[in-house]
Design a binder for this molecule. Structure first.
Ligand code: SF4
Length: 365
């Protein structure tokens, strides 16, 4: 604890801890870095200062405030949990780990973190950092660590929780794992557990815990179209209109729709990232629908994007179309002005494509 008092990370949700603020920070920190979370946490709490305002918000508003943090399922579950609290608990936040565990999107780690940090309950919060530190503390070798089960790590973590400062204890273990006992290069000389740690004594702490095999990433090429139309930009629901998901394999179309459910997308295709290929494909796509271009499509650049198991290159094509062929815009598609875009939950690839296309454009146009 004295190491934590001296070296713990100064994070905004630790300054004036509240149960609500801790809850939001813990959901945001799942699979997102602290550096990315800090500014978004402030912004989110400005938009939704309490569970009542979060529960009362439209899903689109919540997704918009979450935009850029990735793993959007978390935002939908956070919103669902807020509604559950308002409906079933009369707006009062749960008062213990069991109560938090019963809410959507709250697993054992998150419930333990909120209960110990926000409520002072003497329960562990076992994330990957804590698993690493504790595995190294009690195992000399990788072979020994391979027989540790998650249940046995949890039993150990439970036995160790500081009775006076359970939240600080859990945060100390997390900070130790994040900053000192790191995966590849543990800094044993700077560690408060040095001298008591079996992995340090074994001489190869970096081999503990043994690496788990990860699912193989899927590589692919996407293309997004920034299409100006009379009155604004063409934007679609990503899971809906096949006309805007041209030539997209069934699996990727399904995954794109699921990843960004609730968000809007620019027209999207899974074409080659070659500039000419993407421009040709979008040109033909619009002509096939019976439309006409008022400004022919041009290549506006490329960006890389990683989400869940996808590692993608996305080619951006920009152009201007005359009105929707036949007049009526199909269901799921909207035309929005640039001013309205900021109020729309637009998925991250679309935001990046839009910035790239606008950034590449002559400002006098
Ligand atoms: S002594 Fe080394 S291996 Fe052990 S917990 Fe500390 S940093 Fe990790």
């Amino acid at each position: 604890m004295s190491w934590y008092d001296r070296a713990g990370r100064p994070l905004p949700w630790r300054e004036r801890p509240s149960v609500y603020g801790t809850w939001i920070s813990e959901i945001m920190l799942q699979q997102t870095t602290v550096a990315a979370v800090v500014p978004r946490w402030h912004e989110f709490l400005r938009c939704f200062p309490d569970v009542g305002s979060l529960a009362a918000a439209e899903e689109a508003e919540v997704l918009n405030a979450w935009s850029g943090l990735g793993y959007y399922r978390r935002a939908r579950q956070l919103h669902a949990a807020a509604k559950t609290i308002v409906i079933t608990l009369d707006g009062r936040l749960p008062v213990d780990e069991a109560g938090w565990s019963a809410l959507p999107g709250i697993g054992a780690y998150t419930a333990g973190a909120i209960a110990s940090i926000g409520l002072g309950e003497t329960v562990p919060a076992v994330d990957t950092n804590v698993v690493r530190v504790l595995s190294r503390l009690v195992c000399h070798t990788a072979n020994e660590a391979a027989s540790l089960t998650s249940a046995s790590v949890r039993i150990l973590a439970t036995a160790l929780v500081d009775l006076q400062r359970p939240g600080d204890w859990n945060q100390a273990l997390m900070d130790l794992g994040a900053g000192v006992c790191t995966t590849a290069v543990p800094e044993c000389s700077a560690c408060p557990l040095a001298g008591q740690c079996r992995a340090e004594a074994g001489g190869e702490p970096e081999t503990i815990p043994p690496a788990r095999s990860r699912p193989r990433p899927i590589k692919g090429h996407w293309s997004l179209l920034v299409a100006r139309a009379p009155g604004g930009l063409l934007v679609a629901l990503p899971q809906a209109p096949p006309a805007l998901l041209e030539n997209t394999g069934e699996e990727l179309r399904h995954d794109y729709g699921s990843l960004y459910r609730g968000y809007r997308s620019l027209p999207f295709g899974a074409w080659s990232a070659e500039p000419g290929d993407a421009v040709d494909n979008w040109t033909q796509w619009w002509l096939r629908l019976g439309g006409a271009w008022s400004e022919p499509p041009r290549d506006a650049g490329m960006f890389r994007h990683a989400i869940t198991r996808y590692r993608l290159q996305a080619r951006v094509v920009a152009g201007s179309v005359c009105g929707w062929p036949g007049g009526a815009v199909p269901e799921g598609v909207v035309v929005v002005s640039e001013a309205e875009l900021k109020d729309l939950p637009l998925n991250t690839p679309s935001l990046r494509a839009f910035e790239l296309a606008i950034g590449n454009q002559d400002p006098n146009q």
